[in-house]
Design a protein around this ligand. Structure first.
Ligand SMILES: [Zn+2]
Length: 92
């Protein structure tokens, strides 16, 4: 496994973080941070136990509990608001 991904893995063991947090911490783009997290969440990496603390709608409070995708949803299915509190990720 490449080094940045290993470092992200151990970073998330200590504290839940958003894509933005990971991007800032490791000086990489959010797109790259998302890419690493998607890899860590993929089937063959399930052993790492990446957990997604679900996104939430800031407007109506809807929680995206069933969502399996790593990427932040763009809008709320209930009220259509785009004010979404970003999901956080951690290693169990
Ligand atoms: Zn909503």
């Amino acid at each position: 496994m490449e080094t940045t991904r290993k470092r992200i893995l151990s970073f998330l063991q200590d504290n839940p973080a958003t894509i933005r947090d990971v991007s800032k911490k490791f000086h990489i783009s959010e797109r790259e941070a998302l890419y690493h997290l998607e890899h860590l969440a993929s089937g063959r990496n399930a052993r790492y136990g990446l957990e997604i603390l679900p996104a939430r709608c800031r407007n109506c409070g809807f929680v995206f509990r069933k969502r399996r995708k790593v990427r932040c949803p763009s809008r709320c299915p209930v009220c259509r608001s785009e004010q979404i509190v970003r999901p956080e990720y951690r290693i169990r």
